[in-house]
Ligand binder design. Sequence first.
Ligand SMILES: Nc1ncnc2c1ncn2[C@@H]1O[C@H](COP(=O)(O)OP(=O)(O)O)[C@@H](O)[C@H]1O
Ligand SMILES: [Mg+2]
Length: 621
Amino acid sequence: MFGAYRETRWALSVAERNLAAVTAELPDSPQGRSAARTLSRLWPYVRPVRARLATAAVVAVLASCVGLVVPLVLKAIVDGPVAGHDPGGVWLGALGLLLLGIAEAALFGFRRWLVARPLAGVEAELRRDLFGRLQRLPTSFHDRWASGQLLSRATTDLMMLRMFLAFPLTFLLVNGVTIVVGVAMLVIQNWGLGLLLLVPVAPLVPICTYFERRYSTAARQAQDQIGDVTTLVEESVLGIRVVKGFGRHRSQARVFRARAKELRATELRKAHLLAWIWGVITTLPELAIVTALVLGTIRVADGDLSAGTLVAFLSTALALRWPVESIGFLLAMCQEAAAAAERYFEVMDERPEEDVPAPAPAAEAVARGTRDGLRFSGVGFRFPDAPPGAPALLDGVDLHVRPGETVALVGATGCGKTTLTHLVPRLYELSAGRITLDGEDITAMPRERLRSLVAVAFEEPTLFSASIAENVLMGAGAEAGTEDLARALDVAQAGFVKDLPHAEHTEVGEQGLSLSGGQRQRLALARAVVGSPPFLVLDDPLSALDVATEAAVEAALRRVLEGTTALVVAHRPSTVQLADRVALLSGGRITAVGTHHQLLRENAEYAWLMSGAERALEGQA
Ligand SMILES: Nc1ncnc2c1ncn2[C@@H]1O[C@H](COP(=O)(O)OP(=O)(O)O)[C@@H](O)[C@H]1O
Ligand SMILES: [Mg+2]
């Protein structure tokens, strides 16, 4: 019973978190927007292919008008050869109709050919920009957004936008023109019957408006729900080990079914709305046609109207059926595309990391001249999503890491060590104070330069689906070669690489999950040192290593760290001893700095933290 309770609670907490992620990023009001205004933002992407799209639209209008000539030929056949009993004339007329049909089909085919390639290009361009933006958005953005929401925007939504450009955009115009021309032809042929057909158009306008409003809300909801489902699938696949290890597949499946059911309900609501508008749009003209047929037949019988005119009239009306009927789903596609565009631009409108212009060379030279090391002055930080009343996580951190010095950062779990290391390469922006590298404020230098000066190895060693060499060399400029790679692997004691099937060219698989935690950590360390950066920030880089390997890495690291200014987060006394000095982070500030032995003697908190680590190690041994 307890198991079932725990399982339910776990499933609920997952659902809750996902829900929070969605509500956090929903726009203020999906209602108050106009589909046309949102869609018009696509113009910069469509501009380069506008000539082709316009040509395609003209071709489609032509094709449609060719279709409207058919009734006129019919009229000529009925009033001419048919009335005059001339079989030859009928065959000739039939041949004309066939040619018209072929022309119409060829024109439509030509249109498809015109738009297919450029629109695929537009979609690719949109996708490229989205990906570029995602790479440049700050870490705090990615903390807020579920990855599945971003993934679905880059796939499903962009596909909807391409479909919109291919169909509704052209066909709303083409069908509009066809309807106007067709109605004009009807009125010219017989204005009485023509006006009769126009009667049902009036109620269609408010009906369509109502439909659009309802449908746009449903479309937006469906697309957001697709994002949620994507997130869930992604998390379950990436976390498959945890899911399996804890026997969570059933509760995961339950959460998924609930999500899928919500999506299905929304899709059904869309289908329902579409069926309803389709029904109305089809019925009204049909009624008008029947009325016209009855009245027309009476007038032909009375001799007021030629049979040919009635045939032409009715076949024109029938030719207009499709353009009228299609309005329902074209409008639906427009609403879906508007929702997709809105979701696309929600990401594109987020502010990317801003960069300062490169500093004047003179100022840079002065700044570089003073070797000052890494300096934190009054650094304060709170997470953007922290509750309003909560105290700042970091509050007045002062620390000076002298040039060439290695300082170990020690503190209780959750005191903000990792966060402090993230501030140096500006993964998060400081709330107060400043950080300087050799006297130069990190906010005053272009990010690219900052990140080439500072190398980092994170607590969670992240690897990409690429070879080991590519993963490690990511930490260096383009000029780095095999020697740098070998040296970095040596420092990180990553000798295991040689034993892999293709040595350093072995692919590590998604997230490097085919390697052990300690192996991944050593590759991440190699990535940090491969570029011989002047500043190094390591977040507990040796935590997953056994004592012997750790000692070997340390010996090698000591050589590297000689010329480097380094800040190393550490938990174990062995890692701490790597450092020249130790800084204790407590209560959001640095409360003590000194050598390991000094602090052991003088600082009770430090002694307590270290003795805990020692005890744990002894327990392991
Ligand atoms: N992205 C985030 N958004 C909000 N709070 C966070 C985020 N990341 C970490 N925190 C919180 O900040 C605190 C410090 O985290 P961290 O710097 O990782 O601690 P440490 O590395 O010292 O163990 C923790 O209480 C954690 O819950
Ligand atoms: Mg940490």
